[in-house]
Design a protein around this ligand. Structure first.
Ligand SMILES: [Zn+2]
Length: 379
């Protein structure tokens, strides 16, 4: 009998909060080795298959060690397991170590740029992004994050500005962005601004139905936006619940009405913040939330058969290592080695038509070019 995700969170949160401070999530694993090769979804799409829809999932601050931790700390299925195609992405920006803005710009716009840059190149010029491309094709687009929607990663998919910290300037790009569905936080950057402009009115006059009290269905809305917290969404450990999964399912339902296809970006934003805090419980609870959202996305893509799912991270954070506890090799002791970002190569997971394009090793900005090529009717 599968335990409900919420129940797992609560059991897990209580156990972790009582058990660990920082690096003390030592785990004794009594594992029966199981053959899970049946779990992996089949990649039976023809080599020339092209997706109608793309769902692009970003785990902020999520490298291979974060994902590996799921194997030992998550009860039930690990949905990362189910992707038949895996590649590796090199994530340096114009600096050896990237921030989320430069990595987001590389993935959303296809060019390496400077840290803090949102949708602009190394000279500060605007770079067209995947959502603008999808809108040109007459398709639909969506954005979901557990941070403010003006935060670095989601911002790279609709805004163009040289400093990620100017949240009010970034917010001003959303009303005319063409995004058809968005969900996350950052309400204050829209309705409590220094320039006294009320961007909620501007969103409404651009065809948006805006909801700030919770996820509600608006089946007849042309464009719908959820701004559900002043700055960032609450943590899972603070009771956020399955917002990410639910918003993703609502976005798919809304966007799949467009016959020209859709592009949807879903970000697990706070995995990175757990890494920066070197707080294992925070990091892993956010990652389990993202993994469960992957389960919902895969279920849709497996049934739809016209949807490419690409899952990656923008960089790894915290220098996480899943070490043996002293010389007890049957005990895992997660240790963080830094409060900052790391230079690791980042895994890319893909499922669906065109997934094979994501195997191999490549620079992170190639993700933009691979997705655009697969969505381009002329190709
Ligand atoms: Zn970060």
């Amino acid at each position: 009998m599968k335990t409900s995700p919420l129940k797992i969170y609560l059991i897990f949160a209580i156990a972790l909060l009582s058990a660990c401070k920082n690096e003390s999530s030592t785990l004794t694993v009594d594992r029966e080795l199981q053959d899970d090769s049946q779990v992996t979804s089949k990649h039976d799409f023809g080599a020339d298959a092209r997706p109608k829809n793309v769902i692009f999932v970003i785990g902020d601050g999520t490298g291979i060690n974060q994902i590996s931790a799921l194997e030992f700390y998550k009860e039930g299925n690990v949905f990362y397991d189910e992707f038949p195609i895996v590649g590796l992405s090199k994530v340096s920006s114009t600096s050896l170590i990237t921030d989320s803005a430069a990595a987001g710009t590389a993935m959303a716009c296809g060019e390496k740029t400077f840290n803090k840059a949102i949708g602009v190149d190394a000279q500060g010029h605007d770079l067209p992004n995947l959502i603008e491309y999808m809108e040109e094709q007459g398709g639909a687009s969506g954005l979901i994050a557990t941070s403010s929607l003006t935060h670095a990663t989601p911002a790279c998919f609709y805004a163009h500005h040289s400093d990620r910290n100017d949240h009010e300037i970034i917010a001003s790009f959303l009303p005319k962005s063409g995004v058809d569905f968005f969900a996350g936080a950052g309400l204050k950057y829209f309705n409590n601004r220094e320039d006294k402009v009320n961007l909620i009115d501007s969103l409404a006059s651009n065809g948006y139905t805006i909801e700030t009290s919770g996820l509600k269905a608006y089946p007849d809305a042309e464009k719908v936006g959820f701004l559900l917290a002043e700055k960032d969404m609450p943590k899972i450990l603070e009771g956020r619940g399955p917002f990410l999964q639910k918003a993703t399912q609502m976005a798919i339902e809304h966007l799949s009405k467009n016959d020209n296809g859709f592009f949807l970006m879903v970000e697990g934003s706070q995995i990175d913040w757990g890494g920066h805090d070197n707080a294992f419980d925070y990091m892993i609870s956010e990652l389990i939330d993202l993994d469960n959202t992957l389960g919902a996305i895969l279920a849709y893509a497996q049934q739809d058969k016209n949807t490419l799912v690409v899952v990656t991270g923008d960089h790894a954070t915290g220098g996480l290592a899943l070490t043996a506890d002293k010389d007890d090799y049957n005990k895992i002791k997660p240790i963080f080695s830094s409060p900052g970002h790391n230079a690791d190569w980042i895994p890319v997971f893909a499922f669906g038509p065109g997934a094979e394009s994501f195997s191999g090793v490549y620079e992170n900005n190639m993700l933009f070019h691979k997705i655009k090529a697969l969505l381009s009717p002329e190709n």
